[in-house]
Design a protein around this ligand. Structure first.
Ligand code: DAH
Length: 351
């Protein structure tokens, strides 16, 4: 066979292989097979100089043309295959963003303290109260003095309270908002004040920071009966329609008279469970203490008498409850620390 014929044969073989290559990888194999360093056509080209002079021109020309033609076809086919492969990959990777995620992502929920906080707010908002919030960094005046605390009251001691300066502290209760709110608003006033409070206390039943909700109602003709009715409504909304409350005499510096309020235990009847055992939640007493309360002391109103709170004309009641305490009673949580450990196995239970 003449060299020119062999070149034509090689070119036809290569063209068929290029047309048949179905991927860029297969095409690369074809290139190596026909135009690679060890392939026949390039070898042939390299050998042209050793041919008899009269053959060199024709063979060299044919081989060069064949090589250039194949290079052009390889490049064109490579372009086609690359486009086809990209299109196929895009098709395969297409994500339908309208499909639901699988599995559905876990949804978080509000912390039990937040849930209880909001539930208390909802109950009082439904009774016509407004929600106010006050500063956590408070003055001794609003935290103690204006609330009628004796100079020797134990809560004033630095061992019990976080002082930031001689007369500035982290509020020990939400009660300072009583006088602050009355300074801002003339009577009648019906507010609750949820928020963080701070005490130097840390054990199984105390954390240095916890939450309270203060309540304050001042108007003409407010009596202890209003206090009892309001708190009974609250207790039933929170703990169930069958609940009763009872008031026990107590002492707070800023209310007179003062009471502690108990709700009848929801876990037993008069201290005995359905199976006749002593109830573990109320310790067999049939009652659970839920808050402190009383009629606003005239001395407290005296600090804001100029703003319409003349103790001869208006009276009111106040109450204060711990949010953690309400949550623990309602859900039977026995260890306060569970509320602050943030173990999701615990938190997840309160949907
Ligand atoms: N401030 C009191 C405390 O932290 C709770 C309290 C008792 C608030 C009686 C009141 C109240 O408004 O009338 O222990």
């Amino acid at each position: 066979m003449s060299m020119e014929n062999r070149i034509t044969e090689l070119q036809q073989e290569a063209e068929a292989a290029i047309a048949a290559a179905s991927s860029t990888a297969a095409l690369e194999d074809v290139r190596v097979r026909f135009l690679g360093r060890k392939a026949e056509l390039p070898n042939l080209l390299r050998g042209v100089s050793e041919l008899p002079v009269e053959q060199r021109g024709a063979v060299g020309k044919a081989a060069n043309q064949a090589r250039r033609a194949l290079e052009a076809q390889l490049e064109e086919r490579a372009g086609e295959l690359a486009v086809a492969e990209l299109t196929a990959r895009l098709e395969q990777d297409r994500v339908d963003i309208t499909l639901p995620a699988d599995p559905l992502p876990a949804v978080g929920r509000l912390h039990l303290i937040t849930q209880t906080w909001r539930q208390i707010e909802d109950i009082f908002i439904a009774l016509g109260y407004r929600v106010a919030e006050g500063p956590e960094v408070e003055s001794v005046y609003y935290n103690f003095d204006a609330l009628n605390h004796e100079p020797t009251h134990p809560a004033r001691a630095w061992t019990d309270t976080f002082y930031l300066a001689d007369d500035v502290l982290l509020r020990t209760h939400t009660s300072p908002m009583q006088v602050r709110s009355m300074e801002l608003q003339e009577p009648p006033i019906f507010i609750i004040v949820p928020g963080r409070v701070y005490r130097r206390d840390s054990d199984v039943t105390h954390t240095p920071q916890f939450h309270q909700v203060e309540g304050l109602a001042v108007d003409e003709n407010i009596t202890l009966a209003d206090l009892k009715g309001t708190l009974q409504t609250f207790a039933r909304a929170m703990f169930g329609d069958d609940r009763e409350i009872r008031l026990r005499p107590h002492f707070f510096p800023f209310t007179e008279p003062s009471v502690e309020v108990d709700v009848s235990c929801f876990n037993c009847s008069a201290g005995l469970t359905a199976t006749g055992e002593r109830c573990g939640i109320c310790k067999g007493t049939g009652w659970l203490e839920i808050l402190g309360s009383g009629m606003v002391d005239p001395n407290v109103l005296g600090h804001v008498a100029g703003n319409g709170y003349d103790p001869e004309r208006v009276q009111g009641f106040a109450f204060g409850m711990g949010i953690e305490r309400i949550a623990m009673l309602k859900y039977g949580v026995t260890d306060l620390r569970l509320l602050y450990d943030n173990d999701v196995r615990f938190l997840e239970q309160f949907a």
